[in-house]
Design a protein around this ligand. Structure first.
Ligand code: C5P
Length: 306
C-alpha cells in the first residue's frame, strides 16, 4: 500500500496540518463518559498531505515516514476511508452522484501522538472530496459529519487558531492570533487517549481564562504560560519519555514547553524560525530515532490578511 506517488500529482490537494493544543483544560464530564474540555488550539505549517483524483475504482495509497505504522495500526479503522464513505453516503442521500476516487496520503505525522494527525486527515478528506465531487454541503452539515468522525475533526476542518469547548465541537475562531516559531518533539511512544483520560485525578478544573484578550505575541505567550494541559500529569505517568523530551526542548532554548493533546508530542516555543530549526537539528542529532520538526504555526485570519 505504500509508496505509490506523492500527494503533489493529484487533481485536488489538501494539507492536513498538525493540531497543537497550546492549552487543554478538563472542566467536566458528560453522562456518556466524554470529557468537557476548554482548549486553545493552533495549527502547524507542517502536517500530512493528501491528494484526490477521480479513478475507475476506489483506491487508497500511502507513503511518508509513518506510512508503515498506519497500515499496521489502522486496519479497518482508517479515518480517511471513514470520512470518504460518510461524505459519499451524505451526498447520495441528498440525491447526488459521486465517482470512485483515488486518495493518496503522505503520512508525515506520528500516529497516536496528540497532534490530531488522524483527525486532520479526516477533515482534509472531507474538504478535498467536497471539492473533487463539486458538492456544496452547507458548513454546518459538513461539521455534523466531522464530529461523527471524532471530537477533534470539526476544528481540523477550520485549521486556524481557535478556542474549542464542549468535547471540542464548539469552535470560536481567533482572528487576531500570532504565528509562533515552534518545535514539535515526540519520543515515538504511542499513548492511548482513553488511558490518559482514565488517569485524571480531577475532572472539574477551572476553564480557560483569556482576559483581557492579548494584543501581541508577547502577551499571548504570557497568557499561554498561565494556562495548562490537564492531561499532561497522567500522560507523564504512562510515558516517562514525555519528561525527557520536554527537558530536551527546554535545554535547546524553548521559552515555553508543554504537551499537546493526550501526548506524547510536546511543543516548544522559540524566538525565531531560525532558532527553532537549529534546536530541531541539535535534538535530531542527539536522538535520531525520535521525531523533531521545526515549524511555524498558522496565524489568525486578520493577521494573515494584514
Ligand atoms: O474523539 P476521539 O476518538 O479522539 O476520542 C478517543 C477517546 O478519548 C474517547 O473514546 C474517550 O475515551 C476519550 N475522550 C474523552 N473526552 C473527549 C475526547 C476524547 O473522554 N472530549
Amino acid at each position: 500500500m505504500t509508496g505509490s506517488g506523492t500527494a503533489g500529482d493529484f487533481d485536488v490537494r489538501e494539507d492536513a496540518r498538525a493540531k497543537i493544543n497550546l492549552a487543554l483544560h478538563v472542566t467536566g464530564r458528560r453522562s456518556d463518559g466524554y470529557h468537557l474540555l476548554d482548549m486553545l488550539v493552533t495549527f502547524a505549517g507542517h502536517g500530512d498531505r493528501l491528494g484526490f483524483s477521480s479513478a475507475s475504482e476506489d483506491r487508497f495509497t500511502l507513503d511518508g515516514r509513518f506510512a508503515d505504522q498506519l497500515s499496521q495500526d489502522a486496519g479497518g479503522d482508517n479515518l480517511v476511508l471513514k470520512a470518504r464513505d460518510l461524505l459519499r453516503q451524505a451526498i447520495i442521500e441528498t440525491g447526488g452522484e459521486v465517482r470512485p476516487v483515488h486518495i493518496h496520503l503522505e503520512k508525515n505525522l506520528p500516529i497516536a501522538s496528540g497532534i490530531g494527525g488522524g483527525s486532520a486527515d479526516a477533515a482534509a478528506t472531507l474538504r478535498g472530496l467536497s471539492h473533487l465531487w463539486n458538492t456544496e454541503l452547507p458548513d454546518d452539515a459538513l461539521s455534523a459529519l466531522a464530529v461523527r468522525l471524532g471530537a477533534d475533526v470539526p476544528m481540523c476542518l477550520v485549521s486556524r487558531p481557535l478556542v474549542a469547548r464542549g468535547i471540542g465541537e464548539e469552535v470560536e475562531l481567533l482572528a487576531d492570533f500570532p504565528s509562533f516559531a515552534m518545535v514539535l518533539a515526540n519520543p515515538l511512544v504511542g499513548v492511548s487517549t482513553p488511558s490518559v483520560f482514565r488517569g485524571l485525578v480531577k475532572r472539574d478544573n477551572p476553564p480557560l481564562a483569556i482576559h483581557p484578550r492579548p494584543h501581541d505575541i508577547r502577551q499571548w505567550t504570557e497568557t499561554i504560560r498561565s494556562l495548562r494541559n490537564d492531561l499532561e500529569p497522567p500522560a507523564r505517568l504512562i510515558a516517562g519519555e514525555i519528561a525527557i523530551v520536554s527537558t530536551m526542548l527546554a535545554e535547546a532554548g524553548a521559552g515555553l514547553v508543554r504537551m499537546s493533546g493526550s501526548g506524547a508530542t510536546c511543543f516548544g516555543l522559540f524566538e525565531t524560525p531560525q532558532s527553532a530549526a537549529r534546536a530541531a537539528d541539535l535534538m535530531r542529532k542527539e536522538r535520531p530515532d525520535w521525531y523533531f520538526e521545526a515549524t511555524e504555526t498558522t496565524p489568525g485570519e486578520a493577521s494573515w490578511q494584514a
